[in-house]
Design a protein around this ligand. Structure first.
Ligand SMILES: [Ca+2]
Length: 492
């Protein structure tokens, strides 16, 4: 029989040989800088889109784990962030809407959210910008009404978001140059605006300023700092320089525009609410599609620069060697794909988003196996070993921390939810099922350029069966509704 001492020696040996130290539980091993970027597709230079200017994110990827097959739980801001922050799948939480945070208890014996785990473990925690759903972490309506209670109860020591000329959180969210914003009563809702000269004249510049100050303030503390940038979320607003860099640039159209066999196609309501700088038309001409794509990528260029400023400060303060950096897009965005402009669908382009994790001492790796947003929570617990890991509900995610060694994450499938659909991604296909079983299944082979291709469900029943068989092994089968959908589809 092994003595406990021998086991300790053996595990210590394996730690040394693997080179990926797992310190004893309770080590509070690393700081966490969690960067959320709103509506960021994985159209980044480091993910193969060579027309995109994302040098700072690329630099992070060069020294980190890049997950090229990361999918969110729900392709909308609030529900996706709720899943990330609670570690709960919508299959168990039933939360698929933007109001999910209102269901959190004001008091709980155990942590309900990721930052709360770290706070209970002795970390200093702060939320800056849009980390949960609101842009300052406080519960207010768009019109400013509400009591401003913390959107995540007991999670944050500080909520230092500054409002600048925009005066409130939702003002930052929908901000234009000069303190104008979509919800200020002026009726201003331009689709795009590129007049600011300086980064600091726009909300994300202000968010980066505050993040830099917070890093300086807590450089001698163990911290979990969430920084949520707003662009490239609508409206498309960045500096004049960002637009100048893209306005004449040769970029491609969305690779797949056909949508006649896509049962979840929608009319891009959010996008068409804004006032475009051309006569209204739908579908858009190629010229106007390109204008919108350039505007989106100008915003990516702008937000990438703000991310770079924060990462540079981390280096300058000497904190990079003890800080895990996570960069996460809260969902993808159809940028003309399937003739859609927006999120809110079960399709690949709305659900796949960038996830990059830099862990001090880890080699960089590109990981192509499926990963879900809910996997971030247990991964950070495994990597950081915070003192108090008790959570109010069991986590649904699977840690990908070991993928740094293996080059593979632990899942065969990533599952996303939208309205009544279940959307499932394996290493190369996406299957979409209707929980009401009224719409036929859709199956897409994901192309080399990352797009969906054509619906090939009718000619590939064996591939559908193979994905469904894998779904039978999932924990979500404990949920009656989920199991009924999978079993009924298997019987077809
Ligand atoms: Ca979003």
């Amino acid at each position: 029989m092994f003595s406990s001492k021998l086991l300790v020696c053996l595990s210590a040996f394996s730690v040394v040989t693997a080179g990926y130290a797992a310190e004893p539980s309770g080590a509070n091993r690393y700081n966490v800088l969690f960067i959320a970027v709103d509506d960021l597709r994985d159209d980044l230079n480091c993910f193969g889109s060579d027309w995109v200017e994302s040098p700072n994110i690329d630099r992070l990827a060069k020294n980190g784990l890049s997950f090229t097959n990361h999918h969110v739980q729900v392709a909308t801001c609030g529900a996706s962030r709720f899943a990330m922050l609670t570690g709960l799948s919508p299959a168990t939480s039933k939360m698929q809407g933007n109001n999910a945070f209102k269901t959190l208890a004001r008091e709980s014996d155990r942590a309900q959210t990721l930052p709360e785990v770290f706070r209970r473990s002795g970390y200093k925690t702060a939320s800056i910008g849009k980390v949960s759903h609101s842009t300052d972490g406080k519960e207010f309506a768009y019109n400013g009404k509400g009591d401003g209670r913390d959107e995540l109860p007991n999670a944050w020591d500080e909520l230092p978001t500054e409002y600048g000329e925009w005066q409130r959180g939702w003002g930052l969210m929908f901000g234009y140059h000069g303190g104008v914003h979509r919800e200020d009563g002026s009726g201003h809702k331009d689709l795009m605006e590129f007049v600011a000269e300086e980064d600091s004249e726009l909300p994300d510049g202000l968010i980066a300023d505050v993040a830099i100050k917070q890093l300086q303030k807590w450089k001698d503390e163990r911290f979990f700092i969430g920084v949520g940038f707003i662009k490239p979320h609508l409206p498309f607003v960045a500096t004049k320089g960002d637009w100048d860099a893209f306005k004449d640039k040769d970029i491609p159209l969305a690779p797949r525009q056909e949508h006649t066999d896509a049962n979840y196609w929608h009319k891009s309501h959010e996008f068409f609410k804004y006032d475009a700088p051309y006569d209204d038309e739908n579908p858009l001409s190629e010229e106007n599609q390109l204008m919108n794509r350039r505007a989106y990528f100008a915003c990516v260029r702008y937000v990438d620069r703000q991310i770079g400023r924060v990462l540079n400060e981390l280096e300058t303060l000497g904190l990079a060697d003890e800080t895990i950096v996570v960069l996460w897009g809260d969902h993808g965005w159809c940028l003309g794909d399937l003739q859609m402009w927006g999120k809110h669908s079960p399709y690949e382009e709305a659900n796949r988003s960038p996830l990059i994790v830099r862990v001090p001492g880890y080699d960089s790796k590109v990981i192509d196996s499926p990963v879900e947003t809910i996997d971030i929570f247990p991964s950070l617990l495994e990597l950081c070993q915070p003192k108090d890991t008790a959570t109010a509900r069991p986590l649904d995610g699977v840690s990908f921390a070991q993928s740094a060694k293996t080059g593979k994450a632990s899942r065969e499938l990533a599952i996303s939810y939208w309205a009544r659909s279940i959307s499932v991604r394996d290493d190369s296909f996406r299957l979409i099922l209707d929980r009401d079983r009224k719409k036929p299944a859709e199956l897409y082979k994901i192309q080399a350029d990352g797009s969906s291709g054509r619906n090939i469900a009718s000619t590939n029943p064996e591939r559908i069966q193979s994905i469904l068989t894998k779904m039978l092994k999932r924990k979500e089968m404990e949920q009656k509704d989920f199991a009924a959908t999978v079993k009924a589809s298997l019987g077809n």
